[in-house]
Design a protein. Structure first.
Length: 681
């Protein structure tokens, strides 16, 4: 750890702001002992974000990233402390939340790479640049802390909107750091979109009432925001569910009725100015009293008109024993993939949560409770009823996209049903598939061993095959032994294929492959069908021999087919998707690895090939490794006793590149007669 204090830049992203996670994230850093030096809420412009992410310009995801970060307010912060940059990154977790450890911010609050909650500086130069970029005006650094007392010199925040940037000013109400999240007075100008502002108003129907304490201050009963339409005008302006309304278009509405507040909103026409108090989720529930004015409330409901069909089914159920209890779990499938299993009471909990969130939606009925044991016929009737319920609510887009539904469909390690078996489908090279029953936390090596057993693979053939994942870009990558295939399986349920988990050969040495094919018929069939797929998919360059290969494309002629295709360019070679290279500033590169050599081909940022190409013998490679938490693959080479040089590739497939290098070196040393004790699959 560094012996001097550092400062780092932390940015809470729009999805975390919308979900009300600001306080929880701040609390994590405070509990670690770091000091909050500065903070402001910002609705950043696209030019501002393009400068922030300038090193990512030209990447396929750049435009979507900028659009997402500019979709709503973010919270820009500066934290100070010993080794805060490195420790802060560890607290955030991996960029991909599915790879983040439990206990990290992303591991606990996020499941999607594109919505990973928070950004943090990765180095001291980056921190200095980002702090200067986001808080370049000294007046922006307005949250000065008393170092010893650890309290704000002032007591509240008022956020006002000017030129699309939220400016932080000081007032006089907040008494502790945690109140920063519990109470924020916010002036927002909301422009009406498509006949509604995109939020619901709820509260008392009679005027006056008993004073209530909110963050230590007494207020007459306040109307509140009971729901905010995702992507609507209110959400973009930063309005949150639970916000208490103090003023509407300049009029004080403490103690006002629901009807009076609705009329004031309507009177403003297509513009609306609100002053609100933001409270945390616990207080929002505590203040909830369930009183509404239904006929006026419907004007600000969610938009339930957008429909879509999701292939969600519950084809079966199973009996599970966990923690000494025996119960029935219903198997939820999406597009034929087993997402997980849920008990009946978990459906009831989901139903109650959805009714509380979407209070003006007419939900279908759940199958009724029954206090006694159910017969097989009754269990099947309940299964059909639950399936119908999920189909109907998931057909409404705004409900299907809600956090409640997404969390229900995703894996829940805390659920009692985590002990239930799940189905996973593995695609074989010939187009057929295996359907295996596994525990949802089964690792890749455990799943591969089950696959070997089902196919009755020989130990020798097993050593030269492996499980792969078919990624969104169509590229197949080898799974690491400790990965969880079921998590990948359900993450990609929207893809057209019936599964993203594949069985493929894992060999580069063609001579060794020929030896195995002569002795093992199953391995030869796997090689044949994978070669057919490679030729048809363009991975192997057949050129003028395509018609000859088509004539040989049957399992009875596998030997002749393989003899011909093994001499073609691309066979037993892996070509990675284009990626950034540290020594190339005006484009990307494409790395290709084979048994005899590796090549680096220049290309533009879209992957279009250029003339420059470098070829390396494997004897030139001195060292290789994965760095930057799996985001970069680096190797060092030397030619003709010249000074060694290093190459750094920024890619999501850094670990797979490392696997390939290790495998090729192993096979080459085996060819040279060396003995290896390292076991791989």
């Amino acid at each position: 750890m560094s012996s001097t204090k550092e400062r780092t830049f932390i940015c809470i992203k729009p999805d975390a702001v919308q979900r009300g996670l600001i306080g929880k994230i701040i609390e994590r850093f405070e509990q670690r002992g770091y000091k909050l030096v500065a903070m402001k809420m910002v609705k950043a412009t696209k030019p501002h974000l393009e400068i922030h992410y300038q090193e990512l310009q030209g990447k396929p995801f750049f435009k979507n990233l900028v659009d997402y970060m500019s979709s709503g307010p973010v919270v820009a912060m500066v934290w100070e402390g010993l080794d805060v940059i490195k420790q802060g990154r560890q607290m955030l977790g991996a960029t991909n939340p599915l790879n983040s450890m439990p206990g990290t911010i992303r591991g606990d609050f996020s499941i999607q790479t594109g919505r990973n909650i928070v950004h943090g500086s990765d180095s001291l130069p980056s921190a200095e640049r980002e702090i200067a970029h986001w808080l370049r005006n000294p007046k922006d650094i307005c949250l000065t802390l008393a170092v010893e007392a650890r309290v704000f010199k002032s007591k509240s925040l008022i956020l006002t909107k000017s030129d699309e940037i939220w400016r932080v000013k000081l007032s006089n109400r907040i008494t502790s750091k945690f109140d920063l999240v519990k109470m924020i007075r916010l002036d927002v100008n909301i422009w009406q979109q498509m006949s509604c502002f995109g939020f619901n108003v709820k509260g008392q129907v009679s005027e006056g009432g008993q004073l209530r304490s909110i963050n230590g201050e007494l207020y007459a009963p306040l109307q509140h925001v009971s729901a905010v339409l995702r992507g609507g005008a209110a959400a973009k302006a930063g309005l949150l569910k639970g916000d208490r309304i103090l003023r509407v278009n300049g009029v004080d509405v403490e103690g006002a009725t629901h009807k009076q507040v609705v009329e004031l909103i309507k009177d403003g026409g297509d513009k609306l100015s609100l002053v609100v108090i933001s409270v945390d989720a616990v207080d929002a529930e505590r203040f909830e009293n369930g009183l509404t004015e239904e006929k006026d409330f419907l004007h600000y409901r969610y938009d339930y008109s957008e429909k879509r069909s999701l292939p969600i089914t519950i084809p079966s159920y199973q009996t599970v024993t966990a923690n000494g209890e025996r119960f029935v779990a219903y198997n939820v499938h999406m597009a034929g993939r087993h997402l997980g299993s849920r008990r009946y009471n978990e459906f009831v909990q989901l139903h109650n949560l959805l009714k509380h969130e979407f209070i003006d939606f007419d939900f279908p009925k759940l199958p009724s409770k029954w206090p006694f044991s159910l017969s097989e016929q009754q269990l099947d009737a309940r299964r059909r009823g639950l399936e119908s319920y999920l189909e109907k609510i998931c057909a409404v887009r705004v409900i299907a996209d809600s956090d409640y539904i997404q969390e229900f469909l995703m894996e829940d390690s805390l659920s009692e049903c985590a002990a239930a078996d799940v189905h996973i489908r593995i695609l074989l090279p010939d187009g057929n598939s295996l359907l295996l029953n596994i525990k949802r936390h089964c690792t890749a090596i455990e799943l591969y061993m089950a696959t070997q057993k089902r196919l009755n693979m020989s130990p020798e053939a097993s050593r030269y095959c492996a499980l792969f994942e078919m990624t969104e870009c169509g590229f197949d990558r080898k799974l690491a032994d400790d990965e969880y295939p079921h998590a990948l399986y359900i993450q990609n349920y929207s893809s057209a294929a019936s599964s993203c988990i594949l069985l493929r050969k894992w060999i580069f040495d063609i001579d060794r492959e020929i030896e195995l094919c002569e002795r093992d018929r199953l391995f030869k069939e796997l090689c044949f069908w994978q070669a057919v797929a490679g030729v048809n998919g363009g991975l192997v360059s057949a050129k003028e021999k395509m018609f000859q290969l088509k004539a040989l494309q049957s399992i009875e002629r596998a030997d002749k087919y393989l003899d011909m295709v093994r001499s073609m360019d691309g066979y037993n070679r892996i070509v990675f998707p284009h990626c950034g290279c540290g020594s190339r500033k005006d484009g990307d590169i494409i790395l290709a690895v084979g048994f005899s050599q590796l090549t680096i081909r220049a290309c533009d940022y879209e992957g279009n090939l250029q003339e420059e190409e470098l070829a390396f013998d494997w004897t030139d490679i001195l060292e290789y490794k994965v760095v930057d938490n799996g985001a970069t693959f680096a190797f060092e080479y030397a030619r003709s006793q010249k000074k060694p040089k290093s190459v750094k590739l920024s890619t999501q497939f850094a670990m797979y590149m490392n696997f390939c290098f290790s495998r090729i070196f192993e096979e080459r040393e085996r060819r040279a007669g060396m003995n290896f004790s390292k076991e791989d699959y």
